[in-house]
Write a protein that binds this ligand. Structure first.
Ligand code: NAP
Length: 264
């Protein structure tokens, strides 16, 4: 049985994670961390299922008092970063779904995880289909050196391009020779018309209400095109990835950044 502390249970991702833990026979909820409901049982929070797990408002106290194997953090970039480090300090394996980690953060936290011989996973995208989209795009880039990415998200998203689009571009660029897309003398009549450029590859960001998280990678070759597309229609789409990360974090003794490194 894997015992889990969940940070952010009232959030959109957190609510799905509560369901995931309840539905998975090998998972149990040890405690939750929520800045507004300290001392209550999770079941007392509005809209929560009948789950008896003590809610803490302070991560350090929770890690000290609740006996847990894994911390699943679905809060905010700044809290996620602090919580990951605190979890390692308390010998609890973190699975963090927030973004905002720099290369230097990752290197430092990897050293810490290895020193303590603990697994840690940071997954900027838990959607297994999106990870496969990236990996398949990398395979396609061997045969198609021309590609453009269209990423489409809900209009509450603050960053553009998405982390997944940037990562896909860098994975494609690892494989193909450097290539500036389009005509060498092309000129934008309106700034931004050709999208953001990453080492010659263009990323176009669409923001609309009604969308969740979608991406198309378009490859063009002589007389043919190939389109690889992934759609997340709701936050349930991320839960198989959360499950996989919790299972895998118990098996490794280092920090893994990105589910693409644990999905074959
Ligand atoms: P959300 O609905 O805004 O939920 C965030 C929750 O975290 C809220 O309940 C918030 O509580 C709580 N929170 C914030 N700071 C906290 C702290 N210091 N301690 C405890 N709880 C805290 O957001 P969401 O859509 O569920 O997303 C949650 C996070 O996951 C975001 O960072 C998002 O970018 C990320 N995300 C990741 C993936 C992925 O695949 N990796 C997919 C979707 C989203 P209050 O209401 O009190 O502020």
């Amino acid at each position: 049985m894997t015992s889990i502390i969940l940070a952010g249970p009232r959030g959109k991702m957190g609510r799905e994670a509560v369901q995931l833990i309840r539905e998975t026979e090998t998972f149990e909820l040890a405690a939750a961390v929520d800045s507004k409901n300290a001392g209550k049982q999770l079941a007392e929070l509005p809209g929560m299922p009948d789950e008896q797990a003590l809610v803490y408002d302070d991560m350090r106290t929770c890690l000290e008092e609740a006996e847990a194997d894994v911390l699943v953090d679905l809060t905010t970039p700044s809290a996620g970063k602090q919580h990951l480090e605190l979890a390692l300090d308390h010998h609890v394996r973190p699975v963090v779904g927030t973004t905002g980690f720099t290369d230097a953060d990752i290197e430092r936290l990897r050293e810490k995880a290895e020193e303590k011989e603990l697994g840690a996973i940071i997954a900027p995208n838990f959607a297994v289909g999106a990870i496969l989209m990236m990996k398949l795009s990398q395979i396609a880039a061997k045969y198609f050196s021309d590609a453009e990415i269209i990423e489409m998200h809900h209009d509450n998203k603050l960053d553009a391009p998405s982390g997944t689009a940037a990562k896909t571009a860098s994975m494609i660029n690892e494989i193909r020779p450097h290539k500036l897309q389009g005509h060498p003398e092309e000129k934008e009549q309106q700034e931004g018309a050709r999208g953001a450029e990453t080492d010659g590859l263009r990323i176009h960001s669409v923001r609309l209400p009604g969308l969740v998280a979608h991406q198309e990678v378009l490859f063009g070759g002589s007389g043919q095109t190939l389109k690889i597309r992934h759609d997340s229609y709701n936050r349930q789409s991320f839960m198989p990835g959360v499950k996989l990360a919790v299972e895998q974090v118990m098996q490794v003794k280092t920090l893994v950044y990105g589910l693409e490194n644990i999905i074959e």
